[in-house]
Design a protein around this ligand. Structure first.
Ligand code: HEM
Length: 162
């Protein structure tokens, strides 16, 4: 039976690398690349072929990361999310990951669908959606920094002195 937590940790790490990896790709590469490509009049290559594929793996990796993380918490799920003493550190990380997941499925994906023309929208609606998706994605990039700190601190109690 011990291999289940081991499998969950492995899946959690793989899905987490995919999620955060694509989050950093969007924020550190694609935003600037799209601006430059639009100036060259060839943004369609990114918006039609790259972004939809990246968003597919991004949103499903986010969900798998959360589910595997919750499975890793197991019987300490409530203790972690209620920040009870021994589980408060991983609990803070779990809350940050949960806010990031809600941002992905509640703000980034629904608005990106409008921006990429996967859902009908007027130009005004597209501009508003582009702004919301951009701010939610930037927020997740910032949240990923303390999240990874609390994941490591939660998995290795005492390494940071608490
Ligand atoms: C962006 C989201 C997340 C990423 C990238 C992430 C990444 C990681 C990493 C790298 C570790 C291993 C730390 C180590 O062993 O040094 C870890 C551990 C852990 N994560 Fe996450 N995590 C995320 C979200 C979550 C969420 C939402 C939960 C709970 C619902 C969670 C629960 C856990 C648990 C319980 C551990 C500790 C496992 C242990 O005891 O070794 N994680 N996470």
């Amino acid at each position: 039976m011990d291999y289940i937590p081991a499998m969950m940790r492995w899946i959690h790490l793989m899905a987490g690398v995919m999620w955060i990896g694509l989050l950093y790709y969007f924020n550190f590469v694609q935003v600037a690349a799209l601006k430059a490509a639009a100036a060259d009049n060839n943004a369609a290559g990114i918006t039609k072929h790259v972004a939809p594929r990246a968003l597919f793996f991004f949103r499903w990796a986010a969900l798998v990361t959360w589910l595997a993380g919750a499975a890793l918490l197991g019987k300490y799920f409530v203790a972690a999310f209620t920040l009870q003493h021994d589980h408060a550190v991983i609990g803070v990380g779990a809350w940050l990951g949960t806010i990031m997941l809600l941002n992905v499925w509640g703000l980034i994906w629904p608005n990106q669908k409008k921006v990429l023309g996967l859902k009908p929208a007027t130009d005004e609606q597209k501009n508003k959606a582009r702004r919301i998706a951009f701010l939610a994605s930037r927020t997740n990039t910032m949240l990923s920094i303390p999240l990874l700190f609390f994941m490591a601190a939660g998995a290795h109690p005492g390494i940071y002195g608490f």
